[in-house]
Ligand binder design. Sequence first.
Ligand SMILES: *Cc1c(COP(=O)(O)O)cnc(C)c1O
Length: 466
Amino acid sequence: MEYVSTRGSAPTLTFEGATLAGLADDGGLYLPREWPRFSESEIAAMAGLPYAELAARVMQPFVGDSLSTGELRDLCKQAYGRFSHAAVTPLKQFDEQQWLLELFHGPTLAFKDVALQLLGLLFEKFLTRSKDHLTIVGATSGDTGSAAIDAVAGRERIDIFMLHPRGRVSDVQRRQMTTVLAPNVHNIAIEGSFDDAQAMVKRMFNDSAMNSRFHIGAVNSINWARLMAQVVYYFAAAMQLGAPARKVAFSVPTGNFGDVFAGYVAAQMGLPIAQLIVATNINDILHRALSDGDYSAGVVTPTAAPSMDIQVSSNFERLLFDCGGRDGTALAAQMRGFEADKAMRLTNAQREGASALFTSARADASDMAHAMRWASENCGEIIDPHTAIGLHASRSADVPAGIPVVTLATAHPAKFPDAVERATGQRPQLPGRVGDLFAREEAFDELPGDYDAVAAYVAERATPSA
Ligand SMILES: *Cc1c(COP(=O)(O)O)cnc(C)c1O
């Protein structure tokens, strides 16, 4: 499989190359040249497979020659063997139409583990092959950081520099990053919002002085391999609910548009998805873009669902590229306009392409609390604030009876105990697998929201590439 950039002028890469690359060097994001497609009978034949086996089957067409079938299967077994639930992503029923897909049974309690546990192993495999060294630079609104750090801590050939917006992630989220004291892990608390941190990371990918010395890699969902790994659970859930014979809808709490874009990919591959509901909090750029064509970044407002406090959704560019006829030159111009004005209009082709599959909804603080209470009182389920935004969106969506709606449960409620307790009166307990998180020593450095300071910090500590 060949990978092309959304902005049309970067070299094409293999899966291995796209996995080790950050942004494409024209500033775009990598995507497979075409979508592999399964027939109905091929999908039916995957029903009932163990998760790791299903993962290897769904991902093989994207991996191409970069790994043998046996190598890919072994990596999947190793990655998903670290989950605390034998089903890896178990599905729960809420009522006759509503379902919940629990994606938080990995080591750091959020869905990010599903992709990052695999990505850490892919990095190690490819770097051992090329005898290279990777400098991972990432920004986190909370959950990517801990999942990425868990996935690469102590691995040779990798250093990780993780920027989090100071004071804007929960205590559990911060401690899950800062209590990992492996020498290849570097935590940075940065002044500003997640969008500011993400902008600095993007700038580093485009910084030729940094790129000529270091092989800079990405763990944010700009990395294609992450989205690829997330496609798998859409298949797993839909097949349990009757696919390919029956259509299924999904509601996805959305920030950077990575998770829900994986659902779009599953649909392109032949999975019968009736609708993808993009659920946002009051930071609603995606809701405005999908409902009205208005993609304009406002000021980020902190909420009880911090992993969705995002106004610039990197992966939306992938959708605009695919729906807009895959014209890299036109998209590069459109994105340059957005970068200059912080606002743009979707083209008619982009709006029509997106509306074939996507709808959207926005939840404010009271909608979110109400959804948490509904799940608790009616189903005895404690859900986290992000999941609650997804549930609010799926309960208010207009999905025909007979089509199941699956809300993606993106984090364990104990990651956000205060918001959950405020809404439900119950304080969720951390599962035993996170250990004595609040007793452990923390290590992180604080830096101002200044690109040069961050670049100098990385350059002092990273290992040059081979
Ligand atoms: C990252 C995250 C999201 C948003 O996912 P995207 O792929 O960025 O859209 C939602 N909920 C939780 C708990 C997250 O960690």
